[in-house]
Design a protein around this ligand. Structure first.
Ligand SMILES: [Zn+2]
Length: 486
């Protein structure tokens, strides 16, 4: 994510907030996961309720325990005139505990019917949790399929982190995105990045409007004044990276390296810098591919929206969404480099828990520095020096390795995160550094990881201990020593 809010202007042409007003959230101990299954030999199975949280120490109620989703099929119809969404979502999952019931995250909306493996299931709501009780228990290790019919007037989340998490109506349609959560406002979901899955979307909107989502466009059909747009994201995706944008767009389609390119710029802004910047997506992706290894997804593209509530860009998988304000002053490929770098760092290799957010934002910000150097601007070393010398005391006080939920998107996570990446490069040398970032993407592709995983991996590739370096840069609350360039 890149923020464009009031704050100090950075040389790279982005505006970052010093500290964003994240909804206050008191970390609580992780909720216990559903009880392990009893081996059949030692007596009858004990089926218990799946916990309503996956155990993230920053956001204990995010996601749910007891199952692992493999695939979502999300079919929605949205009528902008009535701000009404009607949906059927099928969740294919595997039980990881003997479940008597399980939860899905669903904010607002009214559930009409739930079936599990085709049989009617009981359902109840507790806040933004949908509790599903199938007719029979779900044994650990077995696959199951839950289908949920629902409808209502969708709304962004009340505890949204950046003033925009979730599905919102716009003057010409709607847009859904947001980090760290947003998906539960338009489909029932295990809403935590630790449970990645593939997705199919069928978005039905009034004929004449565009509905763009993640992944590959797989067809479009119109009947009785309604057009259904079909999309498939075939690489595992974290739920916060899902998106849909409905409205009037200038659409550009093409192909690059055998993959479809699909970009859409809102017609609310005149053709110009936004279109020109997004058109350079594949050029930026090719540059990053040279640094980070093969582009990890099956499609390219970008979406530009102009909505008062959306003042940021988000790396929604294979098709980032950008606020039009990023392009107000002309072409801006820095933000494109940031969101595309996330396709490797954040999307293909995804956080296991939100406290490790610097892994995403530090590397994406560092990619902006690399891109700027590649274009003949400041070198990465010069960007580091400017940040290191110019950083405020506040930036050194927030440890990017444990920023706290209230500072999840603070300046430290981005800028000190990028400085951490450069400090690693300076310490291990270019050869080991670029081997680390390339091999990391290959080793963890389509998976999840923690900071500890990254540190261990970097140590293995570099062949040396690096804990003192990472401790000082990620966990210290004072300015670390400037690493001496080798
Ligand atoms: Zn970012």
């Amino acid at each position: 994510m890149t923020l464009r809010l009031r704050g100090p202007r950075l040389g790279v042409g982005l505006l970052l907030a010093g500290a964003v007003g994240l909804a206050a959230c008191t970390p609580a101990p992780p909720e216990p996961a559903a009880r392990e299954s009893t081996p059949p030999s030692s007596g009858p199975r004990q089926f218990t309720a799946g916990a309503p949280g996956v155990g993230d120490d920053y956001f204990p109620r995010y996601g749910n325990a007891g199952y692992d989703v493999t695939r979502y099929t999300v079919k929605i119809r949205y009528d902008p005139a009535r701000d009404r969404l009607t949906g059927t979502t099928t969740v294919q999952a595997t039980a990881t505990a003997d479940l008597s019931s399980f939860n899905l995250d669903l904010a607002g909306l009214t559930v009409r019917k739930v079936t599990v493996d085709g049989a009617p299931a009981r359902h109840a709501r507790t806040g933004d949790e949908l509790v599903v009780t199938p007719a029979a228990g779900l044994p650990s290790g077995n696959g199951f399929s839950a289908e949920v019919d629902y409808e209502g007037e969708p709304a962004p989340l009340r505890n949204e982190a950046l003033g925009s998490g979730g599905f919102r109506a716009t003057s010409d349609g709607a847009v859904a995105l947001g980090q760290p959560e947003s998906a539960s406002t338009w489909f029932p979901v295990n809403d935590h990045p630790s449970d990645k899955a593939t997705y199919e979307f069928e978005i039905t909107v009034p004929e004449g409007l565009t509905a763009v989502s993640n992944g590959v466009p797989v067809g479009r059909s119109t009947r009785a004044g309604w057009t259904t747009w079909k999309w498939a994201e075939r690489s595992p995706m974290a739920s916060y990276l899902s998106t849909v944008a409905i409205g009037e767009f200038r659409v550009t389609q093409g192909e690059h390296k055998g993959r479809p390119v699909f970009s859409a710029v809102t017609t609310k802004v005149p053709q110009g810098a936004a279109d020109a910047s997004i058109a350079r997506t594949v050029e930026v992706a090719d540059y990053l591919e040279g640094v980070f290894g093969p582009y990890p997804f099956g499609a390219y593209g970008g979406v530009v929206v102009s909505e008062p509530g959306i003042g940021y860009a988000l790396e929604t998988q294979s098709r980032p969404v950008y606020a039009a304000s990023f392009f107000q002053r002309g072409e801006n490929t820095g933000v494109v480099a940031h969101e595309l770098a996330h396709q490797w760092f954040g999307n293909s290799v995804t956080l296991t828990r939100w406290r490790d957010i610097w892994l995403n934002e530090g590397m994406a910000t560092y990619a902006e520095w690399l891109w700027e150097e590649h274009r003949g601007g400041r070198t990465a070393q010069q960007s580091f020096d400017a940040e290191y010398l110019g950083a405020s005391e506040q930036l050194w006080r927030v440890a990017p390795g444990k920023p706290g939920p209230e500072n999840l998107f603070s300046s430290s996570v981005y800028r000190r995160g990028a400085m951490t990446v450069h400090a690693l490069r300076t310490t291990v040398g270019d050869r080991a550094f670029f081997e680390i970032v390339r091999a990391w993407g290959a080793d963890r592709r389509d998976g999840n990881a923690t900071t500890a995983d990254f540190v261990a991996f970097a140590e293995r590739v570099a062949g040396r201990q690096l804990d003192a370096l990472f401790d000082a840069w990620l966990h210290g609350t004072e300015r670390p020593e400037r690493p001496a360039p080798r």
